[in-house]
Design a protein around this ligand. Structure first.
Ligand code: SF4
Ligand code: SF4
Length: 165
């Protein structure tokens, strides 16, 4: 049996699968790694993932409403990218008993690929995000977090529908 946690398995699935065949960060100057003025760059970690950052140089862990935030410097070793960064700008979203790769609505203001949506993404990346979502949905430590993320997406969708934001 594998001794990897589900998060580590998901990180491995998304090690080489990226949104575009070329490095999309070259298109936008890695906008998703650049803090907004006056803000720090923080990514939400999946449950258990914080253990991978104990004593990791260049990162700081901070408690947040949904879990633990990883604060980074805006540049990191690819091997250290948290799962949230590997999934971006997609998210595995629970839809009943299945999990679908969907555009992460938090990416709307940041990612130039957002408008084109799923059609802009490599098929390999979409499949890897869905495979990761299925693994997470089957793990009792991860499923509640996936549920919270799905709720957050529904709230963002409602706001966007109401205000056209
Ligand atoms: S903002 Fe979008 S296009 Fe730019 S690096 Fe991030 S995922 Fe790629
Ligand atoms: S952890 Fe790495 S990939 Fe994620 S936002 Fe920070 S620098 Fe970018």
């Amino acid at each position: 049996m594998s001794s990897m946690t589900t998060v580590e398995e998901c990180r491995a699935l998304l090690d080489t699968a990226t949104p575009l065949r070329r490095d999309c960060g070259r298109l936008c100057g890695a906008a998703c790694c650049s803090p907004l003025p006056g803000e720090e760059t923080g990514m939400l970690l999946f449950p258990t993932e914080e253990a991978l950052y104990e004593n990791a140089a260049g990162f700081e862990l901070r408690p947040a409403a949904m879990g633990t935030l990883l604060i980074c410097s805006g540049a990191c070793d690819r091997a250290m990218r948290p799962l949230s960064c590997r999934l971006f700008p997609l998210l595995p979203v629970l839809r009943g008993e299945s999990v679908r790769a969907e555009m992460d609505l938090r990416a709307k203001a940041v990612c130039p690929l957002f408008r084109q949506g799923l059609s802009a993404m490599s098929a390999e990346f979409v499949s890897a995000v869905e495979a990761c979502g299925s693994l997470l949905a089957q793990d009792p430590r991860q499923r509640p977090f996936l549920e919270k993320l799905a709720e957050e997406q529904a709230e963002l969708k409602a706001l966007s529908d109401a205000f056209g934001a």
